[in-house]
Design a protein around this ligand. Structure first.
Ligand code: ZN
Ligand code: ZN
Length: 451
């Protein structure tokens, strides 16, 4: 996603807010007093755990890049079919939609993403990915589930199994979706464009979870309201006039011009924007020129823009165009070409406050209040926010996946744990699956409880 570049911030922000943790397990402080189905869910998880762990490892060793999730989608579809869901495939390229109707009641959508990243795995795990493929530029790359979407799929399957087995205890409709291409910001949009909310029962609620690389397992983090930012990608082609390096007066040097634009852009956030309204403008890539003694004709810049408010987003995007054009004018250069890729845009994830409150009150009963962390908004992005923009209340939360031992060792060594998207990131399968399935299954039951 547009996340890749900022998950580090996300997780760092979460970690800063964490109290000292105590891992869930024997002697844990799970209460479950009012969460009456917890024993049944836990029994089901126990029964399924071996098979879910096998599924997780299978998915981990068979990662697929964004919009190439053919095998993952086929597996997700098969899993739902075996549970009695009515399954439709190829909704938005490789999207899978499973519907399970169980009498009158609300409709709850549970989403997993499926795509992996062009990262060569270096964890050394026995089930590490050895998959290699070619990226869009034809370059050979390793492929790895470095963002934990394999864990999301596993928890999603576990939740579907648990809910199917507890069918007598809830009523309503389940819509389980396996979404392609979260990492490139296009999967949710493609599923919606392909009629997700029209061809299938329109959800009353949408739920999703994400692995957290630096939160210990057994813990979750969430926000009531804004959780993640608007994220845009912008391409600028800075145009000049090429020529010999010895005769700069006969050229318009696009590299000097691009450097000026990059520095001028720094004033957008620092001088034009209200400091109380967070915004980040990052020039993540600059490419221009071919050789020491040639002044090239153009430079290409790739930017990401992160904002929390829509009006700030508008101001920053307009400001980028204004600054780039003004700098070009000052240099006698042709007007730069500026492209804001709206297909890549992911709107802010805004957790519906009543839904967040209802769900996390339950989570506190399940996990213990000390393991449920409310955090402020962070500047990462997720295309899950698009479902909310369709007018459906959404709730998205982070699930801790790291072992307490690894945590302690990292602390002792004074090093940072690998972030999501790192070639060294891996969740601890068993407890991560437990927490993911327990929380998601309970969250759904909480919304579909039989009267
Ligand atoms: Zn990611
Ligand atoms: Zn992800």
């Amino acid at each position: 996603m547009i996340w890749h570049r900022f998950r580090i911030m996300t997780i760092a922000a979460i970690c800063l807010m964490l109290p000292p943790f105590c891992p869930r397990g024997e002697g844990g402080d799970q209460k479950g007093a009012s969460a009456k189905y917890v024993p049944q869910i836990e029994k089901k998880i126990q029964e399924e755990l071996g098979s879910l762990e096998t599924l997780y490892k299978h998915l981990h060793t068979h990662p697929e890049l964004s919009f190439e999730e053919e095998q993952s989608a086929a597996r997700m579809a098969k899993e739902l079919q075996s549970l009695g869901f009515e399954v439709t495939t190829k909704v938005g390229v490789h999207g899978v939609v499973g519907v399970l109707k169980n009498g009158p009641g609300p409709t709850v959508l549970v989403r997993t993403d499926m795509d992996a990243l062009p990262v060569t795995e270096a964890t050394g795990l026995p089930y590490a990915s050895k998959v290699r493929t070619r990226d869009k530029e034809g370059k050979e790359v390793g492929v790895m589930h470095a963002c934990g979407h394999d864990m999301h799929m596993t928890c999603w399957v576990g939740t579907a199994r648990a809910l199917a087995s507890l069918k007598n205890n809830w009523q309503g409709t389940l819509v389980f979706i396996a979404q392609p291409a979260e990492e490139v910001g296009g999967g949710a949009r493609r599923m919606l464009q392909d009629g997700l909310f029209k061809r299938f029962p329109r959800p009353d609620y949408c739920l999703g979870l994400h692995c957290d690389s630096r939160l210990p397992h057994g813990h979750i983090a969430y926000a009531e309201g804004l959780l993640l930012a608007n994220v845009d990608t912008v391409d600028i082609t800075v145009r000049g006039k090429g020529g010999h390096g010895s005769a700069p007066h006969t050229t318009i040097d696009p590299i000097v011009l691009a450097a000026r634009i990059i520095l001028d852009l720094q004033t957008l956030v620092s001088r034009e924007n209200n400091p109380a309204d967070p915004a980040v403008v990052t020039v993540g890539s600059i490419h221009g020129g071919t050789k020491h003694n040639i002044i090239g004709a153009e430079v290409k810049l790739q930017l990401t823009v992160r904002t929390l408010k829509d009006e700030v987003r508008q101001h920053i995007l307009e400001g980028i165009a204004r600054i780039a054009k003004a700098a070009a004018l000052g240099a006698r250069a042709p007007e730069p070409i500026i492209h804001v890729d709206l297909d890549d845009y992911t709107p802010a994830v805004y957790n519906n406050p009543p839904l967040a409150k209802k769900t996390t009150t339950l989570f506190r009963e399940l996990l213990g209040a000390d393991k449920v962390h409310e955090i402020g908004p962070v500047m990462g992005g997720e295309d899950f926010g698009l479902y909310g923009r369709e007018g459906v209340p959404i709730f998205f939360y982070f699930v801790g996946t790291t072992s307490p031992e690894r945590f302690a060792q990292a602390k002792k060594d004074g090093v940072q744990l690998p972030s999501l998207h790192s070639d060294l990131y891996y969740p601890i399968p068993e407890p991560s699956i437990r927490t993911g399935v327990l929380t998601m299954t309970s969250a759904v039951l909480n919304l579909l409880e039989k009267k």
